[in-house]
Design a protein around this ligand. Structure first.
Ligand code: NDP
Length: 676
């Protein structure tokens, strides 16, 4: 079977067979892969001119719903994807991470997109900056989708998740993508991709697929495109030399090999719960996906007095790992992705052996459960020990991308920090300790060299997702050797596919651009009270000026006794006089809020369903008994909720006194019905 690419809105079958993709356990050829004959320039152009405008027209909420629907379509394909995944050497639990993890990434971005981004096509980043004394010249950062195509080059180890973790933020940002999976597992990516296309949910041109090489694609990149890459550091360095990156400043986001560390804290003894947790986690990271995880624990950093216990415990547990064809009964660890990959890993382990003692050697031939050692890429776990890791830089730089880890002893927390940082930049590290002082020392000590740090102890272990699981909510990526990228991390990742622009102008200009009423903008007069208007009738800038109310001493005392808030500044003449801020008795802030509501509320049943919150409250000037207040209520922002029959209205509320001075300001949130 020839794998197909998806280009210019059609499936494309290459004329020639291309390179074979083999079942990782049996060595049988499953498919061939080639991109011969694809017009890469036209693919980029198609993405820019067909996919990009369609996505840009959609709001973040519409794109978020799109992600959810694609995820739902893929859920129906799970059985088929699991079958194909076994051929890549993945066990059922490995596949769960890849397939279910990929789908859930779409769901998480869908929900975050709707909760944390506006229902409009561009993003307002941060707050308005006051650039002039009089407030007539202001600034605001916004982010708009880049106008090019995101080219995603993925690694072989997670053929579904690897594609989806990059696609989710890209599509949510409003940018089309071209996906290029690693050839050795591209048949699984191709199948998942087919389900995404067949769902009919994505606009034409939003995603394209290259099975095979990328040809002259890089020659046609422009400054609006982005390339994201996952794979080896050597390929990343080679690709980065292309003029697209050196001359046209096309962003290149890389996620490469890293030698991730796990540290057992100095406080831990053989009997602490953290000891067992550490052993379980190191074994899990060495054997899950046969150690072919960018986040796997390659360096096991252990207090010197516990080395013997750690070795014994790891040998005992690793010895129970049944290696074989993932389709066979009882198999806990599958083969590596290919025979080439096994050879590569054995070579790297042999390199490491020059600097380490062998604790457990998995590189020799063995009886494979349900498989044949020569036909499949089977390999048992290998455990090494380096006695002087501070003086041996090689053990911090040679990566065996398989079921292998090196134990390294240390004497002080400072040394453990130095060892962790000798990896010169990692995706993740973990720390097993129950001592908060060790936590703060390690966080400050290794933070700058790591993308993520998982601190595990008896409290969090039960619910923890563990050392090796990147989560869509949290940053995935690391500095230095790890490539310097940031593939995930909630809305942070979405911003990589958008351009930040500083908009400077008058309040009215900023109101128009941000779709949010900015202080100083025009106030729109209304023919009816704003609480009588449905969500669809309210306009940004609609303003109500209330009548006045004088605050009396009786009001203050009544409120104090009624609520129980008899704080001295409201009730004790002498003590209040001595207060340097007030100098006399003042009205409660909460009394002001209540009076403000009493002034602006229209009481009859109507489109306002509920007051759902209040944000950014500031009391800017005290209100004294005898002061007269009034309120200005302005519609600041409207957020329609997809598939809901109400929307959220954000009101700017300002309370002023008889001199026109602002006493309080806040944003009030209401839910208003859409039609009546
Ligand atoms: P590679 O760096 O060889 O390949 C990664 C991706 O780049 C694949 O899609 C590959 O496609 C593509 N690629 C390679 N050369 C080019 C090129 N000249 N132009 C365009 N695309 C290219 O890594 P592998 O997947 O072979 O894995 C090798 C090593 O990478 C592992 O041993 C491990 O060290 C590291 N790795 C790191 C990962 C991480 O997440 N940090 C994940 C997986 C691997 P093709 O397959 O068609 O060659």
């Amino acid at each position: 079977m020839k794998l197909q690419s998806y280009a210019l809105g059609e499936w494309y079958t290459p004329p020639l067979d291309g390179s074979p993709i083999k079942d990782a356990s049996t060595g049988e050829t499953i498919a061939t892969v080639s991109s011969d004959g694809l017009d890469f320039k036209a693919m980029l152009e198609y993405g820019r001119t067909v996919g990009a405008p369609a996505l840009r027209k959609m709001t973040f909420h519409e794109r978020a719903i799109m992600l959810k629907n694609v995820g739902l379509a893929l859920t129906k394909a799970k059985d088929e994807l699991y079958e194909l995944s076994y051929q890549t050497g993945a066990t059922k639990s490995d596949t769960w991470v890849d397939v279910d993890g990929g789908i859930s990434t779409f769901f998480v971005y869908s929900s975050k997109g709707r909760r944390e981004m506006p229902n409009q096509p561009w993003y307002v980043d941060g707050d308005v900056e006051q650039l002039s004394r009089g407030g007539t010249f202001l600034g605001q950062h916004i982010m708009v989708p880049r106008r090019g195509v995101a080219v995603h080059i993925d690694a072989f180890n997670f053929p579904v998740w690897g594609m989806m973790e990059k696609l989710a933020p890209t599509l949510l940002a409003g940018m089309p993508a071209i996906v290029k999976p690693a050839s050795s597992t591209a048949h699984l990516t191709e199948k998942a991709f087919k389900y995404m296309i067949d769902s009919g949910v994505l606009p034409e041109g939003a995603i394209q697929l290259i099975c095979g090489r990328t040809g002259d694609l890089f020659d046609h990149l422009t400054c609006q495109d982005v390339v994201t890459f996952t794979g080896s550091a050597s390929t990343a360095h080679y690709l980065q030399k292309h003029p697209a990156f050196t001359e046209k400043a096309v962003p290149f986001v890389a996620e490469c090999d890293s030698l991730n560390a796990s540290i057992l804290g100095l406080d831990v003894t053989k009997d602490s719960p953290e000891f067992d947790l550490f052993i379980k986690e190191v074994v899990r990271e060495m054997t899950a996906k046969a150690g072919q995880k960018c986040t796997a624990i390659r360096r096991t950093i252990v207090p010197r007095n516990l080395v013997a216990d750690v070795k014994d415990a790891l040998i005992a547990r690793l010895g129970k790992t049944t290696v074989g064809d993932p389709r066979a009964e009882g198999v806990r660890m599958g083969p590596l992705a290919s025979l080439d990959q096994r050879e590569e890993v054995i070579n790297r382990i042999n390199d490491l052996k020059e600097y380490c003692d062998v604790v457990l050697d998995g590189t020799t031939e063995f009886d494979v459960s349900g498989g044949d050692y020569k036909a499949g890429a089977f390999l048992k776990p290998t455990l090494l020990y380096c006695d002087a890791p501070l003086e041996t830089p090689e053990v911090h730089s040679i990566e065996a991308f398989g079921p292998a880890s090196t134990i390294m002893p240390y004497d002080t927390t400072e040394d453990a920090i130095t060892l962790a940082n000798m990896g010169e930049g990692s995706l993740v590290a973990s720390l097993f300790t129950y001592d908060p002082e060790i936590v703060s020392d390690v966080v400050m000590g290794i933070g700058a060299y790591h993308g993520r740090l998982v601190v595990l102890d008896r409290t969090s272990a039960g619910e923890s997702t563990g050392h090796g699981s990147p989560l869509p909510h949290m940053k995935h990526g690391g500095p230095g050797r790890a490539g310097g990228g940031e593939e995930q991390g909630g809305i942070r990742a979405v911003k990589h596919y958008m351009q930040r622009i500083a908009i400077q102008g008058s309040p009215d200009v900023l109101t128009k651009v941000t779709n949010k009423w900015v202080s100083g903008s025009k106030e729109l007069e209304m023919d009816a009270h704003p609480f009588r208007k449905t969500f669809d009738e309210i306009k940004i800038g609609d303003t109500l000026h209330t009548k006045e109310r004088t605050v009396t001493l009786e009001d203050v005392e009544h409120f104090a006794n009624f609520t129980g808030d008899t704080f001295y500044a409201h009730m004790d003449e002498e003590a209040a006089a001595a207060n340097p801020i007030f100098g006399a008795r003042v009205a409660h802030g909460y009394l002001l809020l209540s009076f403000a509501a009493g002034l602006f509320v229209d009481p009859a049943p109507g489109p306002v369903l509920a007051n759902v919150g209040l944000e950014g409250l500031k009391f800017t000037k005290p209100v004294y008994p005898g002061d007269t207040i009034k309120v200005r209520l302005v519609c600041k922002q409207r957020t329609a909720r997809m598939n809901e029959d109400f929307g959220e209205v954000r009101w700017d509320v300002t309370v002023t006194n008889q001199d026109g001075d602002e006493c309080a300001n806040y944003e009030l949130l209401t839910h208003n019905t859409r039609v009546q």
